[in-house]
Ligand binder design. Structure first.
Ligand SMILES: Nc1ncnc2c1ncn2[C@@H]1O[C@H](COP(=O)(O)OP(=O)(O)OC[C@H]2O[C@@H]([n+]3cccc(C(=O)O)c3)[C@H](O)[C@@H]2O)[C@@H](O)[C@H]1O
Ligand SMILES: Nc1ncnc2c1ncn2[C@@H]1O[C@H](COP(=O)(O)OP(=O)(O)OP(=O)(O)O)[C@@H](O)[C@H]1O
Ligand SMILES: [Mg+2]
Length: 276
């Protein structure tokens, strides 16, 4: 049997991540709003829950959620969108989060500071004798604790209101595994699935999001020692390159190899836990 060609490899990955060749923003918005409203109604539940960071992904997904609950209500189904602010203490770009909320106009906004619980979790492990290699490694692990703490806060609200937790995973993050397993990677519904980053921005723009958020530099903003670090700095590859790869446009051989390697390495993050 012959080795798959680069072309086949790329196509298989794009298919696995549900990236389509064609993209029309209007029908994509309609399909995703219908998906959220339909799932809420068919599950017999009453709420959608999502953290709003001030980044373009949650701005976009948040507006889709609000449109979906309004559609469900118009069809006679009781439904509300609970948008959550989940800062770790004080967030440097809080003004962007406020801008996002003004645009989304959610039914409800709830703020939970994840700092006390995140710090307590780390402290308890340190007190139990967990030792980190150095301060950087400890800070990186604390970053993943923050992402998981946000997941816990969102599931708390979902539990209180009979809600579904919405995730913001999209194709560029899925390809690179650039999310915390069971943290921001954990959700009930993922309406941005299959969208490259530039397509997320196109959806945001078509929905009428402020330009400052549509074009905002993506950041996981998880490391206390490196606040607001750009995802592209952490990844060593640009979103333009990731999107080009996923959409079948030319990328350098080096980028191609790097992305295929990253996709393989992070396979476990896109699946259920491995069983014997
Ligand atoms: N082959 C394999 N089969 C099964 N499990 C495997 C595995 N390789 C590693 N693992 C395990 O997976 C776990 C590591 O995964 P995980 O805990 O996610 O940790 P990890 O992938 O190391 O870190 C998460 C990365 O995502 C970034 N992130 C997080 C959250 C949000 C965003 C954002 O863009 O907003 C970005 C974050 O900055 C960081 O670079 C470990 O337990 C590891 O041992
Ligand atoms: N400070 C925060 N407050 C509320 N929710 C947050 C916060 N930080 C992260 N989240 C949640 O975690 C998700 C993953 O973060 P991520 O950085 O990938 O998305 P984003 O900030 O919306 O967009 P971008 O990737 O462009 O920065 C967010 O979409 C949001 O739901
Ligand atoms: Mg972000």
């Amino acid at each position: 049997m012959s080795e798959p060609t680069s072309f086949d490899q790329r196509q298989d990955i794009a298919r696995d991540l549900q990236v389509t060749e064609d993209f029309a923003v209007g029908p994509e918005i309609e399909r995703r709003v219908a998906f959220l409203a339909g799932r809420l109604v068919s599950a017999g539940l009453r709420a959608l829950v999502l953290g709003i960071s001030g980044g373009v992904d949650s701005t976009t997904a948040g507006r889709l959620c609000q449109l979906a609950v309004e559609r469900a209500r118009a069809a006679g189904h009781e439904a509300r969108f609970h948008a959550m602010r989940l800062p770790y203490g004080t967030q440097a770009d809080e003004h962007d989060a406020r801008l996002a909320l003004d645009f989304i106009r959610p039914d409800q906004v709830l703020t939970v500071d994840i700092k006390p619980a995140s710090d307590a979790s780390l402290e308890a492990s340190l007190a139990a004798g967990v030792v980190f290699r150095d301060a950087r490694q400890q800070d990186f692990v604390l970053g993943n604790i923050k992402a998981r703490q946000r997941m816990i806060a969102q599931y708390t609200v979902a539990g209180a209101h009979g809600g579904l937790v919405v995730g913001t995973d999209q194709a560029a993050e899925a390809l690179t595994g650039f999310f915390t397993k069971f943290g921001d990677g954990a959700a009930d519904l993922v309406p941005l699935t299959g969208l490259t980053k530039r397509r997320v921005r196109a959806v945001a723009e078509a929905l009428g999001a402020p330009a400052a958020l549509v074009g905002k530099v993506p950041t996981a903003d998880l490391e206390t020692l490196d606040p607001g670090k750009a995802d592209e700095t952490a990844l060593g590859v640009t979103y333009e390159e990731i999107d080009d790869f996923l959409e079948g446009r030319p990328v350098t051989e080096e980028t191609f190899g790097l992305l295929v390697a990253r996709y393989r390495l992070t396979d476990h993050k896109r699946r259920l836990p491995i069983a014997p």
